[in-house]
Design a protein around this ligand. Sequence first.
Ligand SMILES: C[S@@+](CC[C@H](N)C(=O)[O-])C[C@H]1O[C@@H](n2cnc3c(N)ncnc32)[C@H](O)[C@@H]1O
Length: 200
Amino acid sequence: MSFKVKDHYFKKAKKENYLARSIYKLEEIDNKYKVIPAGSRVLDLGYHPGSWIQYTAKKVGPDGQVVGIDIKHVNKKLLGLRNVKVFEKDIFDVTSVEDLGESDQFDVVVSDMAPNTTGVRSVDQLRSLNLIEQVFYHLDVFLKDGGNFVIKVFDSHDAQMFLKEQKSRFKEYNYLKPKSTRSVSKEFFVIGKGYKKSTN
Ligand SMILES: C[S@@+](CC[C@H](N)C(=O)[O-])C[C@H]1O[C@@H](n2cnc3c(N)ncnc32)[C@H](O)[C@@H]1O
């Protein structure tokens, strides 16, 4: 079944000139948990087409910066945003901030990454978990001590077990299914605040 359903949030995004309806998920998360401070530097994993980038670029303002990566071709519509840099890269190939032309870690990391789905539930859950593990395992590389984190997760027993193990790496750790997430969807978001960088 195609999910190009033109629902309320799809129409709202179009009307408000956002590149995707996903904007309203990040907006709700940020309104509730205050994850994206003005002036901060944000890394957006799986940014394409870029509604989260549109939101964060505005939120961080001219003193902040947003860097996005995605396996898809760079979305040229974002190139006019002065505080934004986007790359065509696979998360599995990015293992340092230098790979993104940066010398410092980010204040905030957000990931809305989703794998190509097959329709076979166990395969899709595994692919999703691989992406999530890759991001969590590289948080020390990307995220500053005390930083904030948002990641999309497709629910599964294994994902729940893994996420539980990660909880102690943050001062605050919450799960949220935003209102704009389709009711049939198995996705939810993990919001971590106050990252505790590993000491070793
Ligand atoms: C739901 S979309 C993101 C929508 C985006 N947050 C927005 O607001 O426009 C998920 C994205 O994750 C990307 N993605 C999937 N696997 C990836 C990987 N291994 N590395 C980087 N990006 C990936 C996909 O190409 C896709 O564009």
